[in-house]
Design a protein around this ligand. Structure first.
Ligand code: HEM
Ligand code: 2DC
Length: 469
């Protein structure tokens, strides 16, 4: 007998009381650990209501498969009201991140061809490789300046710049110059705004932004200011390319970047293009840079593994005679390392869908229209899903063991991360260059946990030492 929806375990009866407890536990920062704890208390499925949003939470790959089969033709995630409220407030269009239904699909199909289809990778790689080389040159210079033949530092600011330079060079076909000593203060401001934007979003997952706006709350004001900074900088970059394109008649010789390609294609309105390009630019900074920081941290903790990866990269370099596109096909362990980083330190704590048909999970009936969340952080640390989950083992992604609905860091299906190809290429190229040039070390016994600021971030600075090989 299938059990009814109302019998799913969990605390879903009193949203306000749960929000109070959540707040007492400093839940805004601990969302990922609270989810893990809930699975321990209630088992592989639980219902929850915190503040105004209600969901069913699941953890098993087999259940994830059922969830994604019921996502329908227009998959819909949890609505991040802070983001839609800002757009409505400032009268700015939604891009692919916030659109839904047919409007989302028609935009996404066109964007897919320019951003995530395999054919565009060849265009992106030379641009990304240049940024990777400049990053390495910059680190060498920093090392030289210390006079100690090593550089001990918190790399996060440098990585933000690397990520923004990379994604911008792909979007605009041009360099911003962030690998130089003196950088455009506007670009630095943009980077700061993204961090603030994410941080101020998380409380507004539980407290309606409309309410916060009415009472003039600081989080809402900071959030608006952050998005204003993001949109202003993106507008400047977009306008710049738009003007250049009008001046240069005819088809360009070299790949002109995603924005110019979309403008020339002329299938989306300029306003739609601007909205999605802004989202790509904003989505392309903290996500990849933090994942790279965690990866360097893990490599510093595992020196033997680091050498193994270095050997793989050296062999790939020799076999492909330096052709980067070829090299990327010969580094399975490096790719495994990135998957392993995202397993333990996922950018997104959960994936969510409003299901479009009734489903049965763990023998409970779940009606169409319910918000179902897959706890990605919890799944990554579940010993039933990943044996010895606490161990960082890139090789677990090589073996023939099943990866069925286990590799979900970028989401799933037609609504998965649009920036995935850019992110993967950018991160692989970064690691190749770093492994070829430096040894990464850290102080022993220093362990760093995650904190939730909409995306998962290191709870304190990660201090690493880079030494030239
Ligand atoms: C959506 C993860 C980097 C742009 C998503 C989603 C996840 C994700 C989990 C939701 C997918 C779903 O619901 O199935 C990541 C991770 C990254 C990363 C782990 C890097 C380590 C990037 C980058 C960009 C980007 C570099 C931009 C260049 C987007 C956009 C969406 C999205 C625009 C919304 C797509 C849509 O709704 O159609 N990402 N992301 N992401 N990401 Fe990423
Ligand atoms: C946060 O409970 C936790 O890729 C919430 O590049 C559920 C939720 C909903 C949407 C998720 C979000 C979480 C984490 C950050 C994600 C976002 C969708 C896209 C976004 C995963 C899991 C991200 C980081 C995008 C951001 C692009 C942007 C801000 C322009």
């Amino acid at each position: 007998m299938v059990r009814p929806f109302s019998e799913i375990p969990g605390l879903w009866k009193n949203g306000a009381a749960n929000l109070y407890n959540f707040w007492k536990l400093d839940g805004f920062k601990n969302l990922h650990r609270i989810m893990l704890q809930n699975f321990n208390t209630f088992g592989p499925i639980y219902r929850e209501k915190v503040g105004y949003y209600e969901s069913v939470n699941i953890i098993n790959p087999e259940d994830a498969a059922i969830l994604f089969k019921a996502e329908g033709n227009y998959p819909k995630r949890l609505k991040v009201e802070a983001w839609t409220s800002y757009r409505d407030y400032r009268n700015r269009k939604y891009g692919v991140l916030l659109k839904n239904g047919e409007d989302w699909r028609s935009n996404r199909v066109i964007l897919n061809k320019e951003v995530i289809s395999p054919k565009v990778l060849g265009n992106f790689v030379p641009l990304l490789e240049e940024v990777g080389q400049d990053f390495v040159a910059r680190v060498h210079k920093k090392i030289m300046r210390t006079g100690q033949n090593k550089w001990t530092t918190d790399l996060s600011q440098e990585l933000f710049k690397y990520a923004l330079e990379s994604v911008s060079s792909v979007l605009y076909g041009e360099r911003l110059g962030l690998m130089l000593d003196y950088i455009d203060p506007e670009a630095q401001h943009f980077i700061n705004c993204i961090t603030v934007m994410f941080k101020t979003t998380s409380p507004m997952l539980y407290i309606p932004p409309a309410l916060l706006r009415k009472v003039g709350a600081k989080v809402w004001r900071d959030h608006v200011e952050a998005w204003d900074g993001i949109f202003n900088q993106a507008d400047r970059c977009i306008h710049n390319i738009y003007r250049q394109l009008r001046l240069e008649a005819g088809t360009p010789k070299k790949y002109p970047g995603v924005l110019a390609s979309l403008l020339m294609l002329d299938k989306l309105s300029i306003e739609d293009i601007k909205a999605s390009i802004t989202e790509l630019m904003a989505g392309g900074v903290d996500t990849t840079s933090i994942t790279l920081l965690w990866t360097l941290y893990e490599l510093a903790r595992h020196p033997n593994l680091q050498e193994e990866l270095r050997a793989e990269v050296a062999a790939a370099r020799a076999e492909s005679q330096g052709d980067m596109l070829e090299m990327l096909k010969r580094i399975p362990l490096v790719k495994g390392a990135l998957k392993e980083t995202l397993r333990l330190h996922p950018v997104a704590v959960s994936l969510q869908r409003y299901i479009t048909e009734d489903i049965i999970i763990q023998n409970y009936h779940i009606p169409a229209g319910t918000l179902v969340q897959l706890g990605l952080y919890a799944m990554g640390r579940d010993p039933k899903v990943f044996p010895r989950p606490e161990q960082y083992q890139p090789s677990r992604w090589l073996r023939t063991e099943t990866h069925y609905f286990r590799s979900l860091s970028f989401g799933f299906g037609p609504r998965q991360c649009l920036g995935r190809r850019i992110a993967e290429a950018e991160m692989q190229i970064f690691l190749i260059h770093m492994l070829e040039n430096f040894r990464v070390e850290k102080e022993r016994h220093v362990e760093v946990q995650s904190t939730f600021e909409l995306i998962l971030l290191p709870e304190k600075p990660i201090i690493l030492t880079l030494k030239p090989l």
